[in-house]
Design a protein around this ligand. Structure first.
Ligand code: CA2
Length: 148
């Protein structure tokens, strides 16, 4: 069975509490619980974690190599400037998909750059919480293709 690690970066623990017009009304816990159901329906297992600290995310990316087939990552604002997270993804052999709740290209110009995109197999941006399920399906399809 495929195992996927889902990592969420800074401030995503605040979802559902402010700015619902941008990020929706659901909490991260609700979004992750829905993703858990999507994973079950698609015959895979997910684990998920959130941190406000860059080093935690980097350590979890490194640790994922031995236990997971792929990564789904919403790096929050680290997306736009963390070369350290980008290098961590490049340093592991497993595929990563980048997810954003909002359409980062329709917002402030500093959000238009993702330093992660180049090391990800794909990016989902602007579909709200549904983006995590889309990322999971895309990642599973990619992994199944790799098996053949
Ligand atoms: O759209 C996304 O998923 C983002 O990764 C969310 C980040 C933002 O910095 C990225 O540019 C795009 C922000 C995380 C959540 O921030 C909150 C702010 C206010 C209230 C609740 C969450």
């Amino acid at each position: 069975m495929m195992r996927i690690m889902v990592l969420n970066g800074p401030n995503l623990n605040r979802l559902g509490k402010r700015e619902p017009e941008i990020y929706g009304q659901e909490t991260l816990e609700q979004i992750m619980s829905d993703l858990q159901s999507t994973a079950k329906k698609n015959g895979c297992e997910i684990d998920y974690r959130q941190s406000n600290h860059e080093g935690d995310l980097i350590d979890w990316i490194h640790e994922s190599v031995d236990e997971y087939n792929g990564l789904i990552l919403n790096p929050g604002a680290f997306t736009h400037y963390s070369y350290a997270i980008r290098d961590a993804i490049a340093s592991v052999e497993i595929p990563a998909v980048e997810v954003h709740l909002s359409n980062i290209y329709a917002r402030e110009s500093f959000r238009h750059t993702s330093v992660i995109a180049e090391v990800a197999i794909g990016q989902v941006s602007g579909f709200g919480s549904a983006g995590y399920g889309l990322a999971l399906k895309g990642l599973l399809q990619y992994l199944e293709g790799e098996e053949n």
